[in-house]
Design a protein around this ligand. Sequence first.
Ligand code: ZN
Length: 390
Amino acid sequence: MDSAGRKKRIGERVDARAKALDRLAVEIHARPELAFEERFAAGALSDYLASEGVSVQRGAGGLETAFVAEAGSGGPVIAILGEYDALPGIGHGCGHNLMGTAAVGAFLALRDALDGVRGRVRVVGCPAEERGNGKVHLMNAGVFDDVDAAIMYHPGDRDEIDPLMLAMVNLDVELLGKAAHAAAEPHDGVNALDGLVLGWNAISALRLLVRSDSRIHGIITDGGKAANIIPDHAAARLMVRSPDNTYLADLRRRVLACFEGAALATGAEMRPMWSDVCEVVKTNRPIAEAFAENARSLGRTMQPRRPSDTHGSTDMGNVTTAVPGIHPFLSITEGPVPGHSLAFTEAARAPRALETMRVAAKVLAMTAFDVLSEPALLKRAKEAHADRAA
Ligand SMILES: [Zn+2]
């Protein structure tokens, strides 16, 4: 069978599973689960793979809600990644209910069309993208050690081949003071909340001077226990982002200085904890071109990045730093709808979203097929990756 015939078969194998994939995406949407708690989603996707005769490694990489399965033999390994965690308060406002399903649909369709091709396709169910850097845990556990390329898609409101996904680091900061009766003996207290708010205001001032492509934002997670007690503990969670690693390091230093100054001013002790370091997504051009070509064959025209657009950050940045990879967006909406909104949550279960999820499954499988069946493409992808790393 020639390449066109294989790709036609891939499309048919996704269409044959359309009902099951749609049902999974809607069921996962109806039961949103936060990072590392995606038991229903990971279980449902793994069960579906098992029902198709696939041997699934559940709890892959030591993460309860991760899974891995593989098809094919010998040759290079391409990983197709899917996410399925939700956001606090707004459910699937990032559309991840459409990502694990697309990855599983792509994996099964390619398995059905792979005979005679040397190479393996691995589907990786990735927990905890919204928080917790699930993919980094999987990388550290060796899930990507033998992977030659890693591909996935993300639902959005535009078809975009090379979205800007910023480098990011999470900061949990605590201020520790001394509790006292707020009316009787305030002079005995050290006010942790005042320390935190001073630091917060210093960051607000800093933000006026920050480069327009970089971000600092957050929430206060603890502001004390009672209005008549001087708070001995206050805490905040912030995220610091930039497309530029050097500048991000500088911002980290300056954010920390805001809280150091506040701690000095109030006499509180400051404890910072940095976590979830995300790298910038490095779109691999040869693989992205193959993805765009396959998308075009199904009537979707991938657009270049617009200078003003950013899409937040993702642990896929770390994966694309380690191996050639892509993280394009495919639109699930009729017009602009911001991500991480209730409107996007609504859109993520609508017919257009499900249709896009099936298109994504096809395009991912076709692109994975290209990578496995065209040694020259994989060679160019590896060269582009090495050039970028240098
Ligand atoms: Zn997302």
